[in-house]
Design a protein around this ligand. Structure first.
Ligand code: ADP
Ligand code: ADP
Length: 223
């Protein structure tokens, strides 16, 4: 469980990107829905400990994240928006390389994890192709494989479906829903159907505030 309480973040230009956000985010796929500029990326970066809030608290499985960011980072898989300028090496080599960077140094363990993730993300048949030659959907699935290295307990995915065709989008959301059977997965999106299709729980944010949170249809009906 991820618990956010009274988070505030104001940028140097005076924008209140996060304005008193409190949320309880349990295991499962959680949709963070909001228009462009709502503050989704800002909140994701704050949860990912890439920026600190001005005030408020974040707890993950009881641990105070702002006091102990390293504890969260070890448990975190993060796929930022617009991620990925990739070198011309195969997906298999690249994922293996990221696994080494992640500190998975034991060869057998690394091989098992990398191959497992390529299967899980349906990229096994394309493992010898360079990621930069992949379609948008394949790249996003590669991004998820990369984010899942080290078996994170919290996975954050920022606007991953923008630009995907319907087939790729469904495939991608189903992958996230399966991952959400085990861990906390936060999906940020401005597309209503992304959350109504597969997220058991969601929040709608606008101008840095939570408008409503809960089950998707009930939440949308209250607006
Ligand atoms: P600060 O406001 O802390 O001095 P900057 O204005 O230099 O920081 O911006 C830091 C980063 O945030 C840069 O990468 C910049 O491109 C990005 N950034 C700045 N303003 C915006 C904005 N309005 N929307 C999105 N990103 C922004
Ligand atoms: P979303 O992800 O929902 O599109 P963002 O979190 O990117 O929203 O942006 C929320 C607001 O904060 C916007 O007004 C944006 O311009 C502003 N913003 C985002 N990052 C920065 C930054 N680094 N510096 C200043 N303003 C920013």
């Amino acid at each position: 469980m991820l618990t956010l309480r009274h988070l505030h973040k104001t940028y140097a230009n005076g924008v209140h990107a996060t304005n008193d956000i409190s949320l309880d985010i349990p295991t499962g796929l959680f949709g963070l829905l909001g228009p462009n500029g709502a503050g989704k990326s800002s909140l994701m970066r704050t949860i990912a400990t890439l920026q600190t809030p001005d005030s408020g608290s974040i707890h993950f499985d009881g641990v105070d994240v702002l006091q102990n960011p390293q504890a969260l980072r070890r448990q975190l898989g993060y796929l930022p928006q617009d991620f990925g300028v990739y070198p011309k090496v195969s997906a298999l080599e690249l994922l293996n390389h990221f696994a080494v960077l992640k500190g998975i140094t034991q060869r057998g363990e690394r091989k098992e994890m990398v191959e497992g993730l390529l299967h899980q993300t349906n990229l096994w048949d394309a493992r010898h192709r360079a990621v930069h030659s992949y379609s948008g959907g394949m790249r996003q699935r590669f991004g998820i494989a990369q984010a899942l290295l080290g078996a994170p307990r919290l996975v954050i995915v920022d606007e991953p479906t923008a630009g995907l065709d319907p087939d790729e989008r469904n495939r991608f959301l189903n992958l996230l829903a399966r991952i959400g059977e085990q861990v906390v997965v936060i999906l940020s999106t401005h597309i209503v159907e992304d959350v109504t299709d597969l997220c058991p729980r969601m929040a709608i944010i606008a101008a840095g505030r939570v408008l409503v949170a809960g089950e998707p249809q009930a939440a949308i009906d209250t607006l």
